[in-house]
Design a protein around this ligand. Structure first.
Ligand code: HEM
Length: 271
């Protein structure tokens, strides 16, 4: 399997047998692919739009709800306890604050996620029930990502959207982590202390690759959803003066988003 091949290949080089090193080596190519999704490229170019950020927040909320529900439920599992840091890392409440900031008090009714996000959530809930030792792969992928490139993305979001305060940006802030680098070192050492059989370790590496792929699919679906929505809104704009649709860009965009949801099979639901 590719994952094992890449972990083994590197073992003969500078990569040791620690889980933290192997997981980084095994997901190296997937990290590059994630960085090169259209959504992440928009970020790196400093071109993130408010709509992109809002739909991303909706999906992150669904993902972290599933991840943190399962981490909480399995907090005393021997493969979860060492990497269980709810005070320092939990993101659900910060995402709720950001969603309320952008969508208002009725934000729960306005959370829209694509099918890929639902699949990601289902996977997290499934492994939480059936193979909690795999949760470390998902916690690593999200939290260490948030504490690495994520910190830069926070600054880009603030700049791109012209936000003057930190409102709407809670997701990127970890008040319980004074030094992301030191915390990442601690997290890695905790990962390395988890006792896993060779078979379980291989499954964790494979799951980490899947975790990156699930993220990539979410970014791709979000981008498709936004492209279809924008195109639809543009088409309707051209149909004036007899346009049946209201002329406000926001309403046009919302109508476009609904068409996009139908087009790419999106889950839209009230939480
Ligand atoms: C614009 C997109 C991204 C950029 C610029 C970026 C950048 C970075 C950088 C600079 C590091 C630190 C590397 C190191 O310390 O050796 C890092 C680490 C990491 N990133 Fe990303 N990243 C991006 C997207 C993502 C995404 C989408 C994910 C997963 C969902 C992710 C997951 C990770 C993880 C898990 C680590 C920790 C690696 C380790 O030390 O084991 N990144 N990223």
């Amino acid at each position: 399997m590719d994952t094992m091949k890449s972990a083994r290949k590197n073992e003969t080089g500078e990569v040791g047998s620690d889980l933290s090193e192997q997981i980084k080596a095994a997901t190296k190519d997937n990290h590059v692919r994630a960085e090169n999704t259209q959504l992440m490229l928009s970020y790196q170019k400093g071109e993130i739009t408010l709509v992109q950020y809002k739909v991303l927040l909706c999906s992150l909320y669904e993902i972290y709800r599933a991840l943190e529900d399962e981490l909480d439920r399995n907090a005393s599992h021997p493969a979860v306890a060492p990497i269980y840091f709810p005070q320092e890392l939990a993101r659900v409440e910060s995402l709720e604050r950001d969603l309320e900031h952008f969508f208002g008090s009725e934000w729960r009714k306005r959370v829209i996620v694509p099918a890929a996000t639902l699949r990601y959530g289902h996977r997290l809930r499934q492994i939480g029930r059936e193979n909690p030792e795999l949760l470390v792969a998902h916690a690593y992928t999200r939290y260490l990502g948030d504490l690495s490139g994520g910190q830069v993305l926070g600054k880009i979001t603030q700049k791109s959207l012209g936000l003057s305060s930190k409102e709407g940006l809670s997701f990127f802030h970890f008040p319980g982590v004074s030094s992301p680098n030191r915390f990442k070192q601690l997290y890695r050492s905790r990962m390395n202390s988890i006792e896993l059989t060779e078979k379980e370790k291989a499954a964790v590496l494979e799951e980490a690759v899947q975790a990156f792929e699930l993220n990539i699919q979410v970014f791709d679906d979000l981008q498709k959803m936004l492209s279809v929505a924008t195109e639809t809104a543009d088409q309707h704009k051209d149909r004036s003066p007899a346009a049946v649709l209201p002329s406000s860009p926001i309403v046009q965009f919302t109508v476009g988003l609904c068409v996009a949801l139908a087009t790419i099979g999106v889950g839209m639901y009230a939480l």
